[in-house]
Design a protein around this ligand. Structure first.
Ligand code: PMP
Length: 374
């Protein structure tokens, strides 16, 4: 008899025992609005340009890629300078395989065993999971009932726990809530004061959904604040989740510091070529972002008109409720062929803004579910 080995039979780290990997259910249903992807495929001229640039990269695949991704970081810096209200150069920008890898590199550098990170929950659950994966202790911080950050309570939590890293997700996943510059500045000051012994604490502003916000980017706050990092991604606004390209902007010293932990040649030549091609088509892609923002606002308005509670959203998704039994509501909406996300926030579900037709299908599904439950 062979015995099937289970994870917990292996000599894995104690803190990983009994845990589940991150992942949303990927069901094969007609309308999938559960993972905050951009519903628009890349336009054909961009697809052709990617093929061209990747072909050129392929001619040199016998060699390792540019370890420093110089051209890509230069173009990302130009993009940020043009769109995020602050001038940055290649030296302020670092790129990796998705912003998840950027965040992981940050915690490998600034967190780790004996250190802690705080985030204000509910928020992007990978902040806690990447902390665990890097041996960084996780501190769940508070949020108000309306999902905004209670600055006084957050300051108290920072003073009490003295974290080495503070995550501020703006716009916040899964609630859609934007965070104001004032709040970030107060949390930054609190974190520096609490960790004066270690030369301060890293404050990570996760702007994965920054381009969808009604508010300007928090990027200008990096000026004069070497412990403040803004992380971004091409997965959402650039419609390139499959590309795996995330980046950060910060003081050049932070960029130098993450190089202490990054794997050599972590960003393949194919990835760099593809991202560069996408950046050539920025204006077209930002045009889709404008359409998605309009659709996002329509979802908020129409859900409210149906009597749902909806959290103000600055992202490409909307948190709606409240349901006495949100898992049951999730299943009922799925029964109408629409997959949304249950992020485990009691009473609430999250829907990603899709194409107008997908959003119509979603709104019809919710309408039907509300009627069934009258
Ligand atoms: N930050 C937030 C807030 C996110 O929601 C996501 C993706 N869901 C990420 C970071 C990671 O995105 P990626 O690794 O695709 O850049």
């Amino acid at each position: 008899m062979t015995h099937e080995t289970r994870i917990d039979d292996l000599p894995i780290r104690d803190e990983l025992r009994g845990k589940s990997p991150y992942g949303a259910p990927q069901l094969d249903v007609p309308v999938r609005l559960n993972t905050n992807e951009n519903p628009y495929p890349l336009p054909e001229p961009l697809v052709a340009r990617i093929a061209e640039r990747v072909a050129e990269a392929a001619r040199h695949l016998n060699r390792y890629p540019d370890r420093d991704a110089t051209e890509l970081r230069t173009e990302l810096a130009k993009y940020l300078t043009r769109t995020a209200g602050h001038e940055v150069t290649m030296r302020h920008v670092w790129a990796a395989n998705g912003s998840n890898e950027v965040l992981q590199q940050l915690l490998q550098t600034f967190g780790g065993p004996g250190r802690t990170a705080i985030g204000f929950e509910p928020s992007y659950s990978m902040h806690a999971l990447i902390s665990r994966g890097t041996g960084t202790g996780w501190i769940p911080g508070p949020r108000r009932e309306d999902f905004t950050i209670d600055v006084a309570a957050a300051e108290r939590a920072i003073a009490e726990h003295r974290p080495n890293a503070v995550f501020v997700c703006s716009p916040n996943n899964p609630t859609g809530t934007a965070v104001g510059a004032e709040t970030v500045l107060r949390l930054y000051e609190a974190a520096q004061a609490a960790r004066a012994d270690t030369g301060g604490a890293l404050v990570v502003v996760d702007e994965a959904y920054g381009e969808f916000s009604h508010h300007p980017s928090l990027l200008p706050l990096i000026e004069g604040r070497p412990n403040l990092v803004v992380s971004r991604t091409m997965s959402k606004a650039f419609g390139a989740a499959g590309l795996r390209l995330g980046y950060l902007a910060a003081d050049p010293a932070v960029v130098d510091a993450v190089q202490l932990v990054r794997l050599p040649y972590h960003l393949s030549a194919v990835t760099q070529a593809t991202a560069l091609a996408a950046l050539e088509h920025t204006d077209t892609l930002l045009g889709y972002v404008e359409q998605l923002k309009t659709e996002r606002d329509r979802l908020v308005t129409e859900l409210r008109a149906m009597g749902c509670e909806v959290t103000d959203s600055d992202a490409n998704f909307v948190q709606f409720g409240r349901f006495a039994d949100s898992p049951a509501a999730w299943r009922a909406i799925l029964g109408h062929g629409v997959l949304v996300r249950d992020n485990g926030v009691p009473g609430w579900l999250r829907v990603t803004a899709g194409t107008p037709a997908e959003n119509d299908a979603f709104l019809d599904a919710v309408r039907a579910v509300l009627k069934e439950n009258q």
